[in-house]
Design a protein around this ligand. Structure first.
Ligand code: SF4
Ligand code: SF4
Length: 323
C-alpha cells in the first residue's frame, strides 16, 4: 500500500501549479504516476503524531529540512482540516478530492503570516501561489477523467440493451433518483445515465420490463456516467467516495422494499411498491455528516430537514401514469 505523509499530498497539487512540473522529490513523482495509473488504490496517511497514535509514526526520514516541529504541525494541520486520524487509509482519488475541497490555500499550513523564529520559517514555496494554482486546475490535472468518446460508446451500447426489452439490472436506490429526475423535468435523451430513458420505456412500450437488483455502479444504468469506474464497477461521485453512501442507500432501499440483491420484479410492480413504501427520500438519502466526510454529499445535506420535493412531485405524477 502507498504510504504518504499528509504534506506530500499538498506537494502533489503544488507541483501541478508549477506548470505541471514533476514534484521536486523523485519519490513523489513516482507516487503521482502510480496514482494516475490506479487512481482508486488505497493510500495510508502517516505522520509523527506520537501519543496513542505512535504505532503509525513513520520517523523523521520523510521530513523536509524545515525542522521536526514544523513538519509535525504541518501534517497535523492537514489531517485536522481533512477530519482524518493518523494512519487512516482512503482511496487516492477520495483523498485528493477531499484535500482540494477542504484546503483552498496552504497559507497558515505550509507558511505563516509572520516568522516567529528560524524553526517556523516554513516551506519556501508556501507563498508562491503554486498550490492555489494547482488546486484551480482541479482533480482532472492529477487523474484524467473518462473520455467523452468512451462514455458515448457506452451510452449507445447500454441503450441498445435497454431497448431490447430483455430486462435490466440496476442498483436499487437510483430507482428513486429516477423519480427525482422525473419530478425535476429531466427527460430523454440524457447523457450521464440511462434513468430517464428507462422511465420512458416503462411508461410507453415495456411496463413489464424485468428489473433485477444489482450491486455497485451497475453497467445497465450507469454505463455512460462520468463518475463510473468501469474496471471496479464503482461510483466515484461527490468527493470520490460517493459509492459508499450510495451502497448504504441501496441497502436502505432494499430493506424498505423487502427485497435482496438478485430480486427481480416487473418494472411497473416495482415502482408501485416503491411509491407505496417510500413516500419520501429523507430516511434513505439524508445524512447528518458535514463535509469533509466520506458520508457527505449534496443530496444528504438537502435531505436533512425534508425529502427531495422533486421526488414527491415525480412520485405523484408517476403514480397516476403507472396505475
Ligand atoms: S435525493 Fe436521493 S433519490 Fe433523489 S437524487 Fe438525491 S440520492 Fe437520488
Ligand atoms: S455511477 Fe454513481 S453517480 Fe453515476 S449514475 Fe451510477 S450511481 Fe449515479
Amino acid at each position: 500500500m502507498l504510504e504518504l505523509r499528509p504534506y506530500q499530498l499538498l506537494c502533489l497539487v503544488c507541483a501541478q501549479g508549477a506548470d505541471g512540473a514533476a514534484p521536486e522529490d523523485a519519490g513523489l513523482a513516482q507516487v503521482r504516476d502510480a496514482i494516475r495509473k490506479d487512481p482508486d488504490q488505497p493510500v495510508r496517511l502517516v505522520c509523527n503524531a506520537g501519543d496513542v497514535y505512535a504505532y503509525q509514526d513513520p520517523g523523521p526520514a520523510g521530513d523536509t529540512p524545515e525542522g521536526a516541529e514544523f513538519n509535525r504541525k504541518r501534517d497535523l494541520d492537514i489531517l485536522c482540516r481533512l477530519d482524518l486520524a493518523p494512519g487512516n487509509v482512503l482511496p487516492a482519488r477520495a483523498l485528493l478530492l477531499t484535500l482540494l475541497h477542504a484546503i483552498p490555500t496552504v497559507a497558515g499550513i505550509c507558511g505563516y503570516e509572520s516568522t516567529t523564529s528560524e524553526a517556523w520559517r516554513g516551506c519556501p514555496r508556501a507563498g508562491s501561489g503554486c498550490y492555489e494554482k494547482g488546486r484551480e486546475k482541479g482533480i482532472d490535472a492529477l487523474i484524467p477523467p473518462r473520455s467523452p468518446e468512451e462514455m458515448a460508446r457506452e451510452k449507445r451500447a447500454s441503450m441498445e440493451a435497454l431497448r431490447s426489452g430483455k430486462g435490466i439490472t440496476i442498483r436499487p436506490h437510483i430507482l428513486l433518483c429516477a423519480v427525482c429526475q422525473y419530478g425535476g423535468g429531466v427527460r430523454p435523451p440524457y447523457a450521464d445515465d440511462n434513468l430517464p430513458e428507462l422511465l420512458e420505456i416503462v411508461l410507453t412500450t415495456h411496463p413489464d420490463l424485468p428489473v433485477t437488483m444489482a450491486r455497485g455502479a451497475d453497467w445497465a444504468m450507469c454505463a455512460p456516467c462520468p463518475k463510473r469506474v468501469p474496471g471496479l464497477n464503482a461510483c466515484v461521485n461527490v468527493l470520490g467516495s460517493g459509492g459508499l453512501s450510495n451502497e448504504k442507500r441501496d441497502l436502505d432501499t432494499l430493506q424498505r422494499l423487502g427485497l435482496r440483491y438478485g430480486s427481480t420484479l416487473k418494472a411497473r410492480d416495482l415502482f408501485r411498491l416503491i411509491f407505496e413504501r417510500i413516500p419520501t427520500t429523507q430516511p434513505i438519502c439524508g445524512r447528518r455528516n458535514a463535509a469533509p466526510s466520506v458520508w457527505w454529499d449534496g443530496c444528504g445535506e438537502e435531505n436533512r430537514s425534508e425529502g427531495n420535493r422533486n421526488y414527491e412531485k415525480g412520485r405523484r405524477e408517476l403514480m397516476e401514469k403507472l396505475r
